[in-house]
Design a protein around this ligand. Structure first.
Ligand code: ATP
Ligand code: MG
Length: 276
């Protein structure tokens, strides 16, 4: 039995199982998982519950979940992390990044192959990343690949062969589109990955990446950020709202790091410049 403590400890030292595309998974969690808010632990824990459900329940050989949230909120990294922590013998990532230049039928074949490979393993987890890009969704038209859609619908619903179990973790920034094209119903559960919305969470990220080296610098940044009107609490409706994905925030932080003398100013400026 894996308890919550074990699971959280495992975050520190992930050992992907044999035969797993380790590098591929590692790549999408490039900057690690920062536990900047309780919601991060909650998402990982809920993911773990599904992992355990598929592992132990004989009634549910197939479970599919959707991680959705605004661009850059950390969906891919969280999905890959949940997959890695499962320690299942078969862990695979399906991503449009690896299908650049593929024809529609090549995409369908590549997706189908991952699923049929998974049916050979007693326990599998497949991360189907960025559904809207996989589907070549374009708001103009609107257009998308119906062949890919039909393939996903069939595979998301197909029970693995007897004795085989499969967890599907899909990600998307465009949940309304999935509903529109009828893909939402394919999921047993949906988990929302929210953007960073409180000053406290922001400060936790700053602390984790050690942007500031002295407490003066950190205090100065806190002063500037609250002067800019960012609330320390989401419930405080009088203040400016913070709404930024962890991915973007990390890149803004790295930008600020380039100018050591004015890091706090650059950071605040960049955050305000987002028009929040
Ligand atoms: P997109 O909408 O562009 O697909 P995304 O929501 O999938 O973006 P990711 O590609 O997962 O976002 O980017 C999140 C980045 O932030 C990764 O580099 C990851 O390592 C890092 N990160 C740090 N802390 C967290 C966290 N708590 N949750 C998710 N990602 C995190
Ligand atoms: Mg992503």
């Amino acid at each position: 039995r894996v308890n919550r403590g074990d699971f959280m400890n495992a975050l520190e030292e992930v050992h992907p199982a044999f035969g797993v595309s380790e590098e591929e998974l590692q790549q999408v969690v490039q900057n690690g998982i920062i536990r900047y808010d309780a919601v991060v632990d909650e998402l990982l824990r809920t993911g773990q519950l599904f992992v355990e459900q598929v592992r132990t329940s004989t009634r549910t050989p197939l479970v599919s979940i959707l991680l959705h949230g605004p661009p850059g909120s950390g969906k891919t990294a969280l999905g890959a992390t949940i997959a890695q922590l499962s320690q299942y013998p078969f862990i695979k990532l399906i991503t449009p990044d690896n299908m650049v230049g593929f024809s529609e039928s090549q995409k369908v074949a590549a997706i189908s192959k991952v699923f049929s490979d998974s049916y050979k393993s007693p326990l599998s987890v497949i991360v189907v990343d960025n559904l809207e890009r996989l589907l070549e969704w374009t708001p103009i038209g609107p257009r998308f690949s119906n062949a890919v859609l039909q393939t996903l619908m069939v595979l998301f619903a197909r029970r693995p062969p007897k004795g085989r179990r499969l967890l599907v973790i899909a990600t998307s920034s465009l949940r309304p589109v999935l509903t529109e094209i009828g893909l939402s119903e394919s999921f047993d559960s949906e988990l929302r990955v929210p953007p960073i919305a409180t000053l406290r969470a922001l400060e936790n990220v700053l602390h984790a990446v050690q942007l500031f080296h002295t407490s003066e610098e950190a205090n100065n940044a806190r002063r500037l950020l609250s002067q800019a009107g960012f609330a320390s609490d989401e419930a405080d409706e009088t203040s400016a709202t913070l709404h930024i994905g962890i991915k973007k925030l990390l890149s803004i932080i790295e930008m600020a790091r380039q100018e050591p003398d004015n890091m706090a100013e650059r950071l605040t400026g960049a955050l305000m410049g987002l028009g929040m």
